[in-house]
Design a protein around this ligand. Sequence first.
Ligand SMILES: [Zn+2]
Length: 73
Amino acid sequence: MLSGTAGDFIVPVALGKITMRKSDLPEKICAVCDRPFLWRKKWKTVWDEVRYCSDACRRNRSQNNLKKDKDAV
Ligand SMILES: [Zn+2]
């Protein structure tokens, strides 16, 4: 999804390593997968309520109570 508009914030992410420049974008930790995620345009009106990095995590939130041990993986 390439966009030439200056309003878009393009975040190049290399494997496991965030290589983006620091900016004013706020960041949160996903309540499900514990990974940090950045503010997105689509969240600008609901950012305070956003707790998950993706729809997949949002769907998984109910399963978070039954936290599996990942040591076996
Ligand atoms: Zn997540």
